[in-house]
Write a protein that binds this ligand. Structure first.
Ligand SMILES: N[C@@H](CCC(=O)N[C@@H](CS)C(=O)NCC(=O)O)C(=O)O
Length: 201
């Protein structure tokens, strides 16, 4: 398998999951501005959507959309417990989290990168994001991980998008459970390995 990724983006989530599962994979860096891969190919010919993450399977198929990729990966190693079995109620709960992260936190944060927006609009988006953080604070004050006592693919994704707070000068001190959660996940060996690999490639 090959993971097409760009540092500091949502592709960190499937990258972490690949390492948590100890799957064999190759990393291919994408320059999100030029849309060129590190081996000189036009990334838009690989993923016509033009964005990371994209996973190339050994048979050449390309899978896109972070929440779909991480579920596909977790299902390759069901014994890992990174996702409950497909069809179970717990899996629906996991999908509820993945959808919340993608639509409320990922998409909500991505808007803040848009410096063309007037300050008043950016501030409205920030406040909306903060209300989502309030909800996460209440949730994570009760449990160590989104799905309960153990790490899941939803945590890889939430950790990834929380990492963008540094770009918007958002300090998580206001949400202590979220701050502790991020530090806890950051300490995982697979997470450290993924961050190191992305910083040095
Ligand atoms: N819906 C996609 C969104 C992916 C996405 O937002 N990718 C960003 C990085 S986090 C990107 O590569 N943007 C570059 C672009 O759109 O040109 C997913 O969930 O995987």
């Amino acid at each position: 398998m090959k993971l097409y990724y760009a540092p500091d983006t949502c592709s960190l989530s499937p990258h972490i999951v690949l390492r948590e599962l100890a799957l064999e994979f190759e990393l291919v860096k994408v320059d999100n501005r030029s849309k060129l891969t590190s081996d000189g190919r036009d990334f838009r010919l690989i993923n016509p959507k033009g964005y990371v993450a994209a996973l190339e399977l050994d048979d050449g198929q390309i899978l896109t959309e972070g929440p779909a990729i991480v579920q596909y990966l977790a299902d390759l190693r069901p014994e890992s417990g990174l996702a409950p079995p497909a069809g179970s109620w717990a899996r629906v709960r996991l999908q509820e989290w993945l959808n919340f992260i993608t639509s409320e936190i990922h998409a909500g944060s991505a808007l803040l990168f848009n410096q063309a927006l007037p300050d008043a609009v950016l501030s409205l988006f920030r406040e909306k994001l903060f209300r989502r953080f309030d909800f996460l604070q209440d949730t994570l004050a009760e449990k160590a991980f989104l799905m309960g006592p153990s790490f899941s693919i939803a945590d890889a994704y939430l950790f990834t998008v929380l990492g963008w707070c540094k770009f918007f000068s958002i300090e998580l001190d206001r949400w202590p459970a979220l701050l502790a959660y991020r530090a806890n996940i950051n300490a995982r060996p697979a997470v450290q390995a993924a961050l190191r690999a992305e910083a040095t490639q």
